[in-house]
Design a protein around this ligand. Sequence first.
Ligand code: AMP
Length: 222
Amino acid sequence: MMRLILLGPPGAGKGTQAGLLKKRYSIPQVSTGDILRQAVAEGTPLGIQARSYMGKGVLVPDEVVIRIVRERLKKPDCEKGYILDGFPRTVVQAQAFEAMDEPLDHALSLEVQEEELVRRLTGRRICETCGALFHIDFRLPRDSGICDQCGGRLSQRDDDREETVRRRLEVYRAETASLMDHYARRGILWRVEGQGTVQEVFRRILEVLEGAEARRSGRRSS
Ligand code: AMP
């Protein structure tokens, strides 16, 4: 059983690393951004409500995302743990999550400098069909504009345009950065250098997690 939270600014690599962790530990990745984007694509009432916030790069209201997460975590695939990616983003969300009585094991913070974040986000391309991620400098698809995994069309997320990216980074500093203290005080925050290749960052995460798990089981048996 492992319940993880990935923290860090937009573009830090949360989605990418959550995808690798999901395979490694066979637990689902719960991404509020993905759930919301899907609702927007399907034009559901949730999507219609979320769309204007997302397009501007600001946060969707707390009660909306809290409801999404509460429903998602009730599904049977979450019984053995999960990786939360993009939630919580405010102290109110963190408190609501605590009230769901799902004890967290680790919060990993991916740390990347701002200019690198802008470069990663503005160059990012996403498959319109399956959500796979590509990048115009770091991860080109085999055929230009086409997803390697499913053949879907690649496009830029509306909120990955430079102006919106800057706004999302401001929102992160103003509303989300303080969560680091929240988890540091609980003794479960692990800071991981997020620069470097995907595999380098993943290795650092595994080292941190394995060390933290070993200490945890040491405490349990002593
Ligand atoms: P992401 O894919 O995590 O970068 O999220 C994309 C957008 O979805 C954000 O800019 C927000 O508008 C919205 N969003 C995702 N997760 C949350 C959350 N936990 N709280 C509020 N808004 C969110």
